[in-house]
Structures are given as C-alpha cells and as structure tokens.
Design a protein around this ligand. Structure first.
Ligand SMILES: [Zn+2]
Length: 148
C-alpha cells in the first residue's frame, strides 16, 4: 500500500488545510491503517509541544501576575514594617520628652499644658481613624479586583 499520499493528507489535516473530500479519503484510510493512525498521533503531539514552547499559555500569564502581586505585597509589607518601627521609636521618644519637659514642667501654665495634651490626643485619634479607614478601603479595592 502506498502511504505517501496519506502522509501528505495527514500533514494537511494537522495544518487545517485539508478539503472535505480529502478528509473523507483520509478517514477511510485511517480506519484500516494503524501506521497512519500512529503517525497522526505523533504529528499532533509534536505540534502540541511546539505550541507550548512558542506561545505563553494563559497559565503562565496568571503565574507571572501572581508572582508580581506577591513581590508587591512583600515590598509593601517591608515598607510598612520600617514605617511602623520608625514611627513607634519617634513617637515613644517624642512622648517621653514631651511629658518630661512640657507636661511636667511647672513653669508652664497648667491650662496650656492641658490644652496641648488634649490637642495631641485628638490628632492621634483622628490619624488612627483615617489609617483604619484607608486599610479597609484597600481591602475593599482588592476584593473588587478579585471579583473581576
Ligand atoms: Zn497508511
């Protein structure tokens, strides 16, 4: 049996350039010829391998995005840690000197000391409130991104 013609048809079938009459002829031959059936499988597998190498699959894109978001999270996490430690140090030292040199200084009017103390407590409460709102807002935004 001459398989050369069918090999050409196999090639065409894989490329998607086969005509319907050629396809019929090929299918008839494939039903009786195991060698050509195996050839078809081999060519198809080869094509799949080539495709996987040449194109970035959707899974790859997802993985890249995932890695990028992980890096962004780590960066932000490290940034927040430095920011927090620095803030705590400055606030603690500032508070220490503020109490020692200002609130406990009997030379300064008690009303001014009391007023300044309350003012600072108010600012801190407002700041905490704004930060908490900001964190909630970020979580909300992230949730919306996931939903898309
Ligand atoms: Zn054959």
């Amino acid at each position: 049996m001459n398989h050369e013609y069918y090999k050409i048809l196999l090639e065409k079938k894989v490329n998607g350039t086969i005509s319907s009459s050629e396809s019929e002829t090929l299918e008839k031959h494939l039903s009786v010829c195991e060698e050509c059936r195996n050839d078809l499988k081999e060519v198809e597998n080869m094509n799949k391998l080539l495709e996987n190498h040449n194109y970035v699959s959707p899974e790859d894109i997802l993985w890249e995005n995932y890695k990028e978001s992980i890096y962004a999270k780590i960066e932000r996490g490290v940034g927040w840690i430095f920011f927090s430690v620095g803030s705590i140090l400055l606030i603690t030292i500032g508070l220490f000197y503020f109490i020692k040199d200002f609130l406990l200084d009997n030379k300064i009017n008690i009303i001014i000391r009391l007023g300044t103390g309350l003012l600072i407590i108010g600012v801190v409460v407002l700041l905490v409130s704004v930060i908490r709102e900001r964190i909630f807002f970020n979580k909300h935004e992230r949730y919306k991104e996931v939903k898309k």
